[in-house]
Design a protein around this ligand. Sequence first.
Ligand SMILES: NC(=O)c1ccc[n+]([C@@H]2O[C@H](COP(=O)([O-])OP(=O)(O)OC[C@H]3O[C@@H](n4cnc5c(N)ncnc54)[C@H](OP(=O)(O)O)[C@@H]3O)[C@@H](O)[C@H]2O)c1
Length: 135
Amino acid sequence: MNFTGKNILVIGASTGIGLATARQLHASGATLFTASRQLSAELAALGTSHLTYDATQPVGSTFDGLPEVLHGLVYCPGSIKLRPFERVPVADFRSDFELNVLGAVQALQATIKRLKKAEGGHRWCCSARWPRPWA
Ligand SMILES: NC(=O)c1ccc[n+]([C@@H]2O[C@H](COP(=O)([O-])OP(=O)(O)OC[C@H]3O[C@@H](n4cnc5c(N)ncnc54)[C@H](OP(=O)(O)O)[C@@H]3O)[C@@H](O)[C@H]2O)c1
């Protein structure tokens, strides 16, 4: 797919799924913006416009410098507890919810005006998942 002329923000692009997504988008011609707490060497090599951002903290003015129109938002920060449901402390559910769910909500709220300005619609996706008691 050709993303030339499309402004895409990838949150959590310093490693893992977000980095792989950023690489694909970069190779497909997107104008990339990335945000995470740190800028990894691999992400820096792509030469994206990087914003230092902690998704569990208020957005403040972090996204003020983004273009007026965003064609896509990808939210990748997340945690996963690979333990039996009954052994995951409630405090861990709380911190997972803060990052995996409320962080995504906050990022979408902070960018939705820009996303709505995209001609032909916008896209957004989130990689985080929530533990299921039956898993
Ligand atoms: N890997 C898989 O096979 C897989 C499969 C299905 C679902 N998932 C889910 O997808 C999510 C990402 O997985 P991953 O393997 O890509 O993880 P990862 O390699 O740990 O990457 C997480 C990314 O999110 C950023 N991040 C973490 N906490 C952040 C915060 N508070 N604020 C801003 N950015 C933050 C990290 O950068 P900084 O540390 O620099 O902030 C990093 O760029 C997780 O929820 C995971 O459960 C993963």
